[in-house]
Ligand binder design. Sequence first.
Ligand code: P6P
Length: 336
Amino acid sequence: MSRTTLSRYLIEQTRSHNTPADLRFLVEVVARACKAISHAVSKGALGGVLGSTDTENVQGEVQKKLDVMSNEILLEANEWGGTLAGMASEEMDKPYQIPGRYPKGAYLLLFDPLDGSSNIDVNVSVGTIFSVLRCPGDCFSQNDALGEEAFLQPGTKQVAAGYAVYGPQTMLILTLGDGVKGFTLDRELGSFVLTHENMNVPQSTAEFAINMSNQRHWEPPVQRYVSELLAGEEGPLGKNYNMRWIASMVADVHRILTRGGIFMYPRDAREPDKPGKLRLMYEANPMSFIIEQAGGMATNGQQRILDVQPKSLHERVAVFLGSKEEVERVTGYHQG
Ligand code: P6P
């Protein structure tokens, strides 16, 4: 029996769920760009793409050569198709304007082109995260520059979200709001093939992911929760837990989507003006959409991440996501 490719899945979704043709085309173009990024990442030292540039991004982070390259690949792949009113990227301060020579479309694409890029030079999995919103009102028909306010929609407004993880396999994980599907890149065919029909996050888990070196800077509810995890079966939670931390959100979230767990990046007392490290619009929101669609839960400790009303394009947020039982527990401690 022939395998279902991403293209076939999207066509069948159009028939069964009336997925708009331009959204289908947009997802296919993003997936094609992720194939190109996967190819560039896999070259490593042979491709002269390791190491850093002498520039910083809007986050004040030194840009890796592959950060810049991945951003360019996504912009160039998506600017001409007529599906987008604009794009926003972790690597760019302002929204990207669709060049006047191309038609605009009804969607907004937001992405972290290469998340976890500090891991590239040590050959650890990295990934691309993307989120799709509708352009509010008739913003795609306007000729003037698209402002960031068009992007400032809560995560519940996402029409699609996904990530590509560049690991031992390159996989594309996608939700259109109808569950979560996993596609594995068949490098011989050059196609993403459906290999994970319906991905689900187990309700309970014995595995947590957090950067323990920041422990002394966490707020009391996180201190309490993690100390209970570490207390194991002698402690109040009555079972032993394992810990993993890859320091690449895409890889950590993929593990949780595959076998359960809780991922945490809490706020840090060293930066009282910042609610967390991770970015809401193109990291937390797409990952939260995926996790919720897979039966998990995602909060900032106080509220559902997808309900957060963004105030700025690059704003940050605390993240607790994964197996429902544990996310509910740590959220309860915040609200206790
Ligand atoms: P730390 C990568 O830089 C990233 O944005 C996420 O992918 C990852 O989860 C986190 O930061 C890692 O942060 O403090 O452990 O280096």
